[in-house]
Structure formats: structure tokens, C-alpha cells
Design a protein around this ligand. Structure first.
Ligand code: ATR
Length: 263
């Protein structure tokens, strides 16, 4: 039996084991997938076990997507460009860092039939996943990407990586076609203290959060006459790409898969 892990801190909320173990079962793969809460101090020992092949594959979540890079040998070009790793493989004794969040976000947006090309995008937040979102939006040819973060310096810092983006003070709302909540506000039913009442209708409100299924941010967007969508599909597609990297199998994403994540 091979062992796979998602590491993070906190990690209790993760649905990755449920999804991966379901796919292991239906594809007859002799593997088990666990979640593991890790401290910074435990990272080195964990990676050593991975090198010794006690572990066969790893997903990485908050807050280790960037810091884990120090322990790896090779990065995919997308992981390199975003400095963000969410999936690790071991190939010929080399630990390789991949970023499947980009694919996950791209697929999720495509499934909505929203055309990013030529659109104005507004992102709230500047945390670990935001470089992947910017990379995907840039790839899909967004016309502008504006970032607003409570701590403005963190949004400014992203300009070192992506010269196309602009920043705004927290509280300012620009004209946009798609707004993305990439903050952690909403995980515990918080509201975001921003006033959207002056924007026109028919925008897309997208929240990276999928638990709860409808955050106050999405509720408000919907009530104001906009399309709204949570981060469930992004989560499922990043998992599908990780599963494919480890097992060479691309599981179907169907009603049953999505029902696994009904909370
Ligand atoms: P990290 O920043 O460590 O990568 P994250 O969960 O990926 O963690 O990101 C949390 C995001 O939610 C950040 O953009 C954070 O803003 P700061 O950079 O100012 O901390 C944002 N966030 C968290 N609590 C918030 C709050 N009460 N108001 C506004 N933004 C908040």
C-alpha cells in the first residue's frame, strides 16, 4: 500500500483525503491518502521520509506552498513562475514541485463559460494562492488585473513577479467584469466590509472558498444581480491534475464526485 498526504496547518478542513481515496477505490489503486498537520520544524523530517520512499506523493496547502520549495530539487515552469507548489512527485530520486492550482482555476472558469479574454479582473487578497490565480488569468489573456489587499505591501510585492498587475487600497472598488475573493474572509461566515452597491449587474463573483458553499460575499453578489460561483470546481480540478501526476489516470469529474464534497 502506497501512502499519499496533504500537508498544511491547519488541515482539519481538508477534503482532499475524501476525494483521493474515492478515486483510489474506483480505479483500483492500492494507495491511501491522509491529511497531516505539520509545523515548520517537522517539515525536514517529513521530506526525508518522502525521499526514503515511505511516502509516494504529497499535496501542499496553506501555509507551505512557498516555503516547501526550499526542500525540492526541481520545479515545473508554472511552480517556478508562481513560486508556489501544491503537488510533489518523486521521480528518479528527485523531488519535483508542481502547481496544479493554475489548471484547477482555469478549468473551473472555463466550465462557467466565462471568457476571461479581454476582461477586467479584480482580486481581493494577496495570499499564497494569488500568484497561481494571476498566472492563470494572464494566460487566459485578461485585459487588466487589479489586486487589493488589507496589507497593501503584500499586493505591491506581487508586482516583482507579475509586472502586468496594478494595486488599489483596501476599500476601493474599481470597474470590473470578474471579482475574485482570495482572502480567508468567509471561511467562518465573516462578511467583507466592502461596498459593492454601486457596481452594475451581470458581473461574475467568484470565491475560492467552497466550504461554506455560499459565503456572504457570494450571497451579496447574487442579490445584486450577478453570477456567483464558489471554489469547489477549482479544488476538484487541482486534485484531478495531482492524481494524474501520481497515477497516470485522469478521473472523471461527475455528479458523484461533486456530491462527495457536499457539506
Ligand atoms: P497567507 O497570507 O499567509 O498566504 P492566506 O490564507 O493565503 O494566508 O491569505 C489570507 C488572505 O486573507 C490575505 O490576503 C489576508 O490579508 P493580509 O495580507 O492583510 O493578512 C486576507 N485577510 C485575512 N483576514 C482579513 C481581514 N480581516 N480583512 C481583510 N483581509 C483579510
Amino acid at each position: 500500500m502506497k501512502n499519499y498526504f496533504v500537508i498544511g496547518n491547519p488541515i482539519e478542513h481538508s477534503f482532499s483525503p475524501r476525494l483521493h481515496n474515492y478515486w483510489n477505490k474506483i480505479h483500483n489503486i492500492k494507495a491511501e491518502y491522509f491529511k497531516k498537520k505539520l509545523s515548520n520544524l517537522e517539515m525536514e523530517g517529513f521530506i526525508n521520509d518522502f525521499r526514503k520512499k515511505k511516502i509516494s506523493g504529497v499535496n501542499v496547502t496553506v501555509p507551505f506552498k512557498r516555503s516547501v520549495i526550499n526542500y525540492l530539487d526541481i520545479l515545473s515552469s508554472e511552480a517556478e513562475k508562481t513560486q508556489s507548489v501544491n503537488t510533489i512527485t518523486l521521480d528518479q530520486n528527485k523531488l519535483i514541485g508542481h502547481n496544479t492550482d493554475i489548471f484547477g482555476f482555469e478549468q473551473a472558469i472555463k466550465k462557467l463559460n466565462f471568457k476571461v479574454c479581454g476582461k477586467k479582473i479584480f482580486i481581493l487578497g494577496a495570499g499564497g494562492v494569488v500568484p497561481s490565480i494571476i498566472y492563470a488569468l494572464d494566460k487566459m489573456k485578461a485585459s487588466s488585473i487589479i489586486i487589493s489587499n488589507r496589507t497593501k505591501e503584500k499586493a505591491e510585492k506581487l508586482k516583482d513577479q507579475f509586472n502586468k498587475i496594478n494595486t488599489l487600497d483596501w476599500g476601493e472598488i474599481p470597474d470590473f467584469d470578474l471579482i475574485i475573493n482570495a482572502t480567508s474572509l468567509g471561511l467562518k461566515n465573516e462578511t467583507i466590509n466592502l461596498d459593492f452597491s454601486n457596481i452594475n449587474k451581470n458581473k461574475l463573483f467568484y470565491d475560492l472558498i467552497y466550504n461554506p458553499g455560499e459565503t456572504n460575499f457570494l450571497k451579496e453578489g447574487r442579490k445584486l444581480g450577478n453570477l456567483s460561483e464558489n471554489g469547489k470546481l477549482m479544488f476538484v480540478y487541482q486534485a484531478q491534475a495531482a492524481f494524474n501526476l501520481w497515477h497516470g489516470v485522469k478521473p472523471d469529474i461527475n455528479k458523484q464526485t461533486l456530491e462527495l464534497l457536499n457539506l
